[in-house]
Design a protein around this ligand. Structure first.
Ligand SMILES: NC(=O)c1ccc[n+]([C@@H]2O[C@H](COP(=O)([O-])OP(=O)(O)OC[C@H]3O[C@@H](n4cnc5c(N)ncnc54)[C@H](O)[C@@H]3O)[C@@H](O)[C@H]2O)c1
Length: 307
């Protein structure tokens, strides 16, 4: 199958590209390298260094004629979406619409799209299911959710199928560990370097962490199944940030105490999501325990050159 992956040089997108290629698919990547890295790119892909907002995107669709588009390019920073909501909307809504128009014009059969748990706000009940009320607390939540509506509209108007997957907190190899990167990536890199990470808040807040290779499997399923529905991709388990810190320390055999900083405005207290719906639809369930996923992630950072 010919698949175009946007954001295929980024953390999740590049892992998905590897999974698609291992499954024998022909993959084209569009990424402007604003946050992705050339080094993440699978050597078997055809790469276009282009912004999804660029009108030249038409030409790529005209020559490549993908059957499926897996749309992972996005402005992913919640604070940036608060500081510059226009830029956030320009990339995540206008850029995505530029892409959907190409899908319409060039006969794409299906779009796979990752939405986010950022659309739920402080949960009213746990675990969060697909019908949980929405309460967006940032521009990022709004722009990621907006595409869910557009995808439904493009299905109604132009019969382009879609799968929306609302990921929990994804972690694993290639995740950015700088700045406001993922907490697992930050803990792994810092603790490997004997640096003490800061935990914002009292460390008792809980999250649902799903390993990127499990996310890849969900995307592979979505190529041929899971049409025109929204699914959580999560583990239905929660761990506190303190326990996560201790788990990374134990795996690395380090004796450390975290430093605590002030709780960040807008941070939710507790969150985890059920994967019952996707499990019933196609049998997907997470294969990695958090401990095994973290061990693979640590190996990645060690191979990258950390002791
Ligand atoms: N990381 C998570 O836990 C998580 C959770 C839910 C949803 N998501 C979604 O998954 C997708 C991938 O996230 P990630 O964590 O891998 O982030 P990432 O930043 O590593 O990947 C995004 C990629 O998109 C590219 N990109 C950004 N703007 C672009 C533009 N205008 N044109 C072309 N390329 C552009 C970046 O260069 C990067 O390679 C995003 O859509 C994100 O919203 C991520």
């Amino acid at each position: 199958m010919k698949i175009l992956v946007t954001g295929g040089a980024g953390f999740i997108g590049s892992n998905i590209v590897d999974g698609f290629i291992e499954n024998g698919h022909d993959v084209v990547v569009v990424d402007n390298l604003s946050h992705g890295k050339r080094g993440n790119l699978n050597s078997k892909v055809k790469f276009y260094n282009l912004d999804i907002r660029d009108k030249e995107l038409n030409k790529i669709f005209e020559s490549e004629r993908p059957e499926v588009v897996c749309h992972h390019a996005a402005q992913i920073s919640v604070p940036k979406s608060v500081d510059n909501p226009i830029e956030d909307a320009d990339i995540n809504i206008i850029g995505s619409l530029n892409l959907l128009e190409c899908c319409r014009l060039y006969g794409v059969k299906k779009v796979i799209y990752p939405a986010s748990a950022a659309i739920f706000g402080e949960p009213i009940y746990l675990p969060i299911d697909e019908n949980h009320p929405l309460d967006m607390m940032s521009g990022y939540g709004v722009t990621k959710h907006t595409l869910e509506h557009y995808l439904k509209v493009y299905k109604e108007l132009y019969n382009i199928n879609y799968t929306v997957m609302r990921y929990a907190n994804v972690y694993g190899p290639r995740q950015d560990s700088t700045g406001e990167g993922g907490v697992v990536a930050i803990f792994c890199e810092k603790i490997l370097e004997n640096e003490v990470p800061t935990i914002f808040g009292n460390g008792e807040q809980t999250r649902d962490f799903v390993f990127v290779k499990d996310v890849v499997e969900a995307n592979i399923k979505a190529l041929t199944e899971l049409d025109n529905e929204i699914y959580n991709v999560a583990t239905n388990t929660k761990i506190s940030i303190d326990d996560l810190f201790n788990m990374v320390c134990n795996i690395l055999n380090k004796d450390m105490k975290p430093v605590y900083g002030e709780e960040r405005a807008g941070d939710i207290r507790h969150s985890y999501m059920t994967y019952k719906k996707i499990n019933e639809a196609c049998g997907w369930k997470p294969q990695y325990s958090l401990e095994n996923g973290i061990k693979e992630t640590i190996n990645y950072y060690i191979e990258k050159g950390h002791k």
